[in-house]
Design a protein around this ligand. Sequence first.
Ligand SMILES: [Zn+2]
Ligand SMILES: [Zn+2]
Length: 81
Amino acid sequence: MLQLRPNCECCDRDLPADTHDALICSFECTFCRDCADQRLSGICPNCGGELVQRPRRPANTLAQFPASKQRIHSATGCSPS
Ligand SMILES: [Zn+2]
Ligand SMILES: [Zn+2]
């Protein structure tokens, strides 16, 4: 199950479970669309994998399968290595 992390790892923007603007890589590194497009060129800076839109979890399942509340923010997460 996806963690649905609550924020962008790069700019720390909130990314709710129902947003269209969250992108993830296969390791669930999570970024907002602005960072993914403008700073990262669609590539995860942590693992080099592609960033794709995170599927939204239907609201009626969030009570049973809640999104992660653990914020992950990396000051260096934005810079492609
Ligand atoms: Zn961001
Ligand atoms: Zn990654």
